[in-house]
Design a protein. Structure first.
Length: 164
């Protein structure tokens, strides 16, 4: 047993195993599926039950956090966010695809298809229910900042520019 522990190959093998475990843990941490992020699916009755904040920086996104709880019907949200609405169309087409908002603006993401859609704003994932909507606060530390929007399995489906 003593000779076994004195063998350098055993120690090298154990070191490689530990390094692989650490690497795997880091990869797992940064690739969590969207279901593990905070958030709710907007109901198909077209009501939104939570307002969510996405704070981003120019270099990396920070986690999403749930803030003020507020219940809005779809009609109320349309009236309140008429000039701050982004529609998710079939094929994950965003309309408008490249809007410009002031930093800290609350924006309505309006899903116009019957199935739920996953969208990512600078890598922070949200789920918007079928024919539902989600209100998200957009902010960045450094301005101007361009938020990359990914939808479903697509990448760079749109960009949102934040200004001061």
């Amino acid at each position: 047993m003593n000779d076994f522990l004195r063998d350098k190959r055993v120690w090298y093998g154990a070191g490689i195993l530990v390094a692989l475990l650490i690497f795997g843990g880091v990869v797992w941490f940064f690739r969590k599926p969207a279901t593990q992020l905070p958030g709710e699916i907007a109901s198909s009755t077209q009501e939104q039950t939570a307002t969510t904040t996405a704070s981003t920086t120019a270099s990396s996104p920070s986690p999403a956090e749930t803030t003020v709880s507020k219940s809005l019907t779809y009609e109320q949200a349309l009236a309140q966010y008429a000039d701050r609405r982004i529609q998710i169309q079939p094929g994950c087409q965003l309309s408008p695809a490249t809007p410009v908002f002031k930093n800290g603006t609350y924006v309505m993401f309006d899903n116009r298809i019957p199935t739920a859609q996953a969208i990512a704003l600078d890598g922070v994932w949200y789920i918007v229910g079928g024919y539902g909507f989600r209100i998200i606060r957009l902010s960045a530390v450094r301005l101007p900042h361009t938020i990359t929007v990914d939808c479903g399995s697509g990448r760079n489906n749109g960009q949102i520019t934040l200004q001061g």
